[in-house]
Design a protein around this ligand. Structure first.
Ligand SMILES: Cc1cc2nc3c(=O)[nH]c(=O)nc-3n(C[C@H](O)[C@H](O)[C@H](O)COP(=O)(O)OP(=O)(O)OC[C@H]3O[C@@H](n4cnc5c(N)ncnc54)[C@H](O)[C@@H]3O)c2cc1C
Length: 470
């Protein structure tokens, strides 16, 4: 494969997934040579099955094509920045309603070919190790973009953990669902911190009456769960182990890495265990009754603008449809819109607000950029978006130019705000969603008008950004 000489090489990208491909493309199309490492097929991840770059490991959907959806707006911004993933996906799309569905093998083959053929991209099919990272970063004028994704090789993940002080690297997601604040029924959910401690009411509380609580617990325990994959429980990838055999090691790992147990597993231990644990009502008074509720699910703000709330201690592994059904039984959440569902699965990502600059560079390690899911976004499209941006910032760093991010109003701005928001919370990866866009200054409760205003300011802010920075 033709490529630039090592002596000229200034930028190295590790991982040819969604983010790495975009980062390498962004660098090369801005005229700089780039070396792209991909460990497959020499070393595989537990979920990838091909040698293709940007492999879709599960669904073949790159989210909504609708220009009036959050994903549509993000895609429009990515396209304007020169996304190669989107261009190639369009060429290999399959009918999938409103979604951009792709033929995964045709897409994989095409994106691999297009990257391999670029004269400024040198592809190296070998695992990039911790010692290679240390060596590269010790050399002058070297820039490294890590885009190794949720299944980063163990050696590199271990190095990243050391680099970030271990507490800032997550190996598992144990995430509670998050809802759009404007869809919570505020006549039921009341703002109060336990015993009125703390400044103002940080939490919203969804109060349960006794019967309601027991109905909820029954449905929670009976709801359909996502099966555990062998590799997540520590078994071999192709092991055909029954779910019951995988359950215990999986839960042990979750407890070890994420410090928690899924809510349905706690509820299974006894009908009242949530009322005494996750949903304990102590220190709360329901203003509608003047009494302490039987149990209360607390909602905690996910961002400083309080446009998103997460359901405290509701990490779970129910199927998404089941989560919507069961958690909508909670008083005050009957019409809640879920912008992120709870998940418990293997993942690797950094605690971005602690360790990353707004430009996706490690605060303590200039010249080391992070891209993709490692940054704390979730999903093929969002990861690709963070690949483009990391590539652009790396080029500007190398050229000694000022680094500038898309404005807060844009879809990019929303994702970046999530990565920088230091509100005390369990930091967890986020998909693009309406709650990430700033609330517009219009006086209406009409959801469609609010969304239209969000979209309009995103579009015009991105246009201005492009005009000023092209
Ligand atoms: C099991 C599973 C199912 C998923 N399902 C979906 C879904 O349906 N929809 C969705 O939107 N998202 C899904 N995701 C999330 C999805 O994987 C990510 O959003 C997306 O692929 C992340 O992009 P990325 O570029 O950060 O990482 P990836 O696309 O995973 O790319 C990382 C690349 O780095 C390589 N790599 C790792 N370590 C090294 C190393 N040391 N040296 C060289 N190369 C290395 C890997 O082989 C891989 O090719 C799923 C994730 C998992 C784990």
């Amino acid at each position: 494969m033709a490529g630039p000489g090592i002596e000229n090489l200034l930028i190295t990208v590790v991982g040819a997934g969604f983010a790495g491909v975009e980062a390498a493309w962004a660098v090369a199309s801005r005229g700089l040579p780039v070396r792209l490492y991909e460990m497959r097929p020499v070393q595989n991840t537990p979920a990838h099955t091909t040698e293709y770059f940007a492999e879709l490991v599960c669904s073949n959907s790159l989210k909504s094509k609708s220009p009036t959806s959050p994903a549509g707006q993000l895609k429009a911004e990515m396209a304007l920045l020169g996304s190669i993933i989107l261009k190639t996906a369009e060429q290999h799309s399959v009918p999938a309603g409103e979604a951009l569905g792709v033929d995964r093998n045709a897409f994989g083959a095409a994106i691999t070919a297009v990257i391999e053929m670029h004269p400024l991209i040198e592809v190296v099919r070998e695992p990039f190790t911790a010692s290679m990272a240390i060596k590269l970063l010790s050399e002058a004028d070297q820039t490294l973009i890590l885009a190794t994704g949720p299944l980063t090789s163990p050696d590199l993940a271990e190095w990243l953990a050391k680099l970030t002080g271990r507490t800032h690297l997550y190996f598992y997601d144990a995430v509670s669902p998050t809802v759009d604040a404007s869809t919570i029924d505020h006549t039921v959910a009341f703002g109060q911190s336990r015993y009125d401690k703390g400044e103002g009411a940080d939490y919203l509380n969804c109060p349960f009456e006794k019967d309601h609580y027991y109905n909820f617990v029954r449905e929670l325990v009976a709801a359909e769960r996502v099966p555990i994959r062998a590799f997540e429980a520590g078994g071999k990838r192709d092991a055909d182990a029954p779910a019951s055999e995988l359950e215990e090691p999986f839960l042990e790992k979750i407890k070890y890495f994420a410090g928690c147990t899924p809510i349905e597993a706690i509820a299974e231990k006894g009908e009242r265990s949530l009322a005494f644990g996750n949903f304990k009502p102590v220190g709360l008074t329901d203003p509608r009754t003047g009494r302490r509720p039987y149990a209360a699910l607390q909602l905690r703000p996910e961002n400083t603008e309080r446009t998103l709330y997460s359901l405290v201690a509701c990490q779970n592994r129910l199927r998404f449809g089941e989560q919507k059904r069961v958690f909508r039984m909670v008083p005050g959440l009957e019409n809640a819109e879920f912008v992120r569902y709870g998940v418990i699965h293997r993942n690797t990502y950094l605690e971005a607000p602690e360790v990353l600059t707004p430009f996706l560079e490690m605060r303590e390690h200039p010249g080391l950029f992070i891209a993709g899911q490692l940054t704390g976004v979730e999903g093929y499209v969002e990861s690709a978006a963070m690949g483009i941006l990391a590539g652009i910032h790396a080029v500007n760093r190398v050229r000694d130019e000022v680094l500038i991010n898309p404005p807060r109003e844009t879809a990019y701005g929303g994702l970046l705000a999530h990565l920088q928001d230091s509100t005390p919370r369990e930091f967890a990866p986020m998909n693009v969603n309406w709650g990430l866009f700033p609330t517009p200054e219009i006086v209406t409760r009409d959801k469609s008008l609010i969304r239209a205003a969000k979209l309009q300011s995103a579009q015009s802010a991105f246009q201005t950004f492009l005009e000023r920075n092209s």
